[in-house]
Ligand binder design. Structure first.
Ligand code: ZN
Length: 118
């Protein structure tokens, strides 16, 4: 018991102590962001046939929350202040829309992570 108390005192900067699912509580990405899946239109060019067109690409969008959840400490607040909304591309390949081609191609012209300005 003393051992536990000693660890507890040593490992709790600022006196923060909380538990979630039996683990010491730490703020994570999901506490900072609201996650949604969105489709966005992009003009892409098929490398096989050279035809460009509008394609729907799926992104996982993480928008920064308006405020931090309760229980945030100074370190969380500092991290949150620097956090920025961003999205991660979940599609890697698309099928060409040209009916004479129809080949799958990799989406190499779009980055896989993009920051959002809002
Ligand atoms: Zn094509």
């Amino acid at each position: 018991m003393e051992e536990v108390l000693r660890k507890w005192k040593a490992g709790v900067p600022g006196g923060r102590f909380g538990r979630r699912n039996g683990e010491l509580k730490t703020m994570e990405e999901r506490d900072f962001f609201n996650e949604t899946t969105e489709q966005r239109s992009h003009t892409l060019t098929c490398p096989k046939c050279g035809q460009s067109g509008e394609y729907k690409v799926t992104w996982v969008v993480r928008r920064k929350r308006a405020q931090l959840p309760r229980g945030a400490d100074e370190r969380d607040r500092a991290k949150f202040a620097k956090a920025q909304s961003y999205m991660v591309r979940s599609d890697e390949k698309l099928a060409c829309a040209n009916i004479r081609c129809r080949k799958a191609f990799e989406i190499s012209s779009l980055q896989s992570v993009a920051f959002l300005s809002d």
